[in-house]
Write a protein that binds this ligand. Structure first.
Ligand code: GLY
Ligand code: MN
Ligand code: MN
Length: 438
């Protein structure tokens, strides 16, 4: 049995214990979790790709089964209501037979109208978790996504079980296959579109299977943070390549970024190597008790050092930070929690009662947590030439920039290095670098 399957029973036991305690705290008998359904396209007879409710895939490794439901009752085995319609237009999902099914009570149904009679008799004391309040109303479930309940579930989700970590390790292994194929396609002269195809093929993922739209950017496009429009033509000149792409296993994501210089011995190649060193030095500082925000602030100091080292700007670290210069070159956060969602929930939650801590004023960051054993986070520092941000700087700040050097870097776009790591008692388990991705 593989590591994922082997750890699933204890995952379910942990979820049941956590859920029993949360339900008791909220005076509920249970929850009904709706897998969801695909949204229809306006004035069309087609649908957007189905994306399952993350609460649903937390319990069962099903990501492509709309209309299924889970009934989670305190103290009882979860009931999985499994939809198998008679339908000659679409493929009907087969009944699952893998070992995980032993951990749930599987109830098959063929018509959506049956759901009403499949609801628990004492449903007045159940809450509904899902995207479709109209559905909850039809099923007679009056409490829809109560925020205090969701906060408690989300906070508990921050600490991953070994099953979840193994799913993400596998999602990293698969994504690394794609990253290597993409790097080879870049070196061979592929266009962004061709590199994307190489990635998807190597990971056996379709475009709707990847956990987020791949960022496959050549040259100056790599300075566009969420660049997802792929050029079909290869550029005349190959300078740089940034790829931010992941994979999914049982609905758990990986999220990896690498940057490559086409030729060695130039400014960009040195910048990539230096960023890689800083990223790895930040990784050595991860341990329980460290606040994520402090790692982000430290990265700003390191970016200030890099700006001086590469003569992109000059000034002492604090001045470059205070004048917003480091933020103009490094405008995003150091990273985020990852799991069932790429940007996983509870990045700001400080306790199960919903207390949130926002990042300090002016800081862009998705995580202000104090790190604990079992959290999985990304670490993804970057440095880019983004003219709109540089143009917005004050005259005082602009006076510290080196325009010639910035001009030299601009055609290369930017650099980012991103790994997914598990917080351990004495450091980290790097899920990404375990697979020989430089
Ligand atoms: N790929 C999205 C992110 O890195 O946050
Ligand atoms: Mn990413
Ligand atoms: Mn990320």
């Amino acid at each position: 049995m593989d590591a994922i399957a082997q750890h699933y029973p204890e995952h379910i036991q942990t979820l049941r214990q956590r859920s029993d305690a949360i339900l008791a705290d909220h005076q509920l008998t249970g929850v009904v979790i709706d897998a969801g359904r695909a949204a229809g396209i306006f004035l069309d007879d087609m649908e957007y790709p189905f994306k399952v409710n993350p609460h649903f895939k937390h319990w069962v490794p099903l990501t492509d089964n709309p209309h299924c439901m889970l009934i989670i009752r305190a103290g009882a085995k979860p009931i999985l209501l499994y939809f198998r319609p008679v339908d000659f237009w679409h493929k009907v999902a087969p009944l699952p037979t893998d070992a995980w099914v032993d951990q749930v009570e599987l109830v098959e149904f063929a018509r959506l109208e049956q759901l009403l009679e499949l609801m628990p008799a004492d449903k007045a004391n159940f809450a509904y978790i899902g995207a479709h309040a109209d559905h909850a109303a039809k099923l007679g479930l009056a409490q829809v996504n109560p925020k205090p309940l969701l906060d408690a579930y989300h906070f508990s989700r921050s600490i991953k079980t070994q099953y979840e970590i193994e799913c993400m390790r596998e999602a990293n292994r698969i994504a690394v296959l794609g990253h290597k194929a993409a790097r080879d396609a870049f070196m061979a002269g592929g266009s962004e579109f061709e590199i994307q195809q190489a990635y998807l093929s190597a990971t056996a993922h379709g475009e709707n299977d990847v956990p987020y739209g791949n960022i496959v950017a050549l040259n100056q496009n790599s300075a566009i943070l969420h660049y997802t429009k792929l050029e079909r033509q290869a550029p005349q000149q190959r300078l740089s390549f940034l790829i931010d792409a992941g994979a999914q296993v049982n609905g758990y994501a990986s999220d990896i970024t690498r940057s490559y210089a086409f030729e060695q011995g130039n400014l960009y190649a040195d910048l990539v190597a230096t960023m890689d060193q800083h990223q790895q030095q930040i990784l050595t500082q991860i341990k329980p008790g460290v606040r994520y925000t402090d790692l982000h602030l430290e990265m700003h100091k390191r970016v200030a050092q890099m700006l001086n080292q590469f003569e992109l700007a000059q000034g002492d670290e604090q001045t470059l930070i205070d004048l917003g210069i480091t933020k103009a070159f490094y405008p995003h956060g150091l990273g985020h929690p990852i799991g069932l969602q790429v940007h996983d929930v509870a990045g700001f939650l400080q306790d199960a009662n919903g207390t949130e801590l926002a990042p300090p004023a002016g800081m862009t960051l998705r995580c202000t947590r104090v790190l604990e054993v079992g959290m999985v986070i990304t670490i993804e520092p970057g440095l880019y030439v983004i003219d709109s941000l540089l143009n917005d700087l004050s005259d005082e700040a602009k006076a510290l920039l080196n325009p010639q050097r910035i001009d030299e870097l601009r055609p290369y776009g930017g650099v980012r290095i991103e790994d997914d790591v598990v917080v351990l008692a004495d450091g980290i388990d790097n899920l990404t670098r375990g697979f020989d991705l430089a």
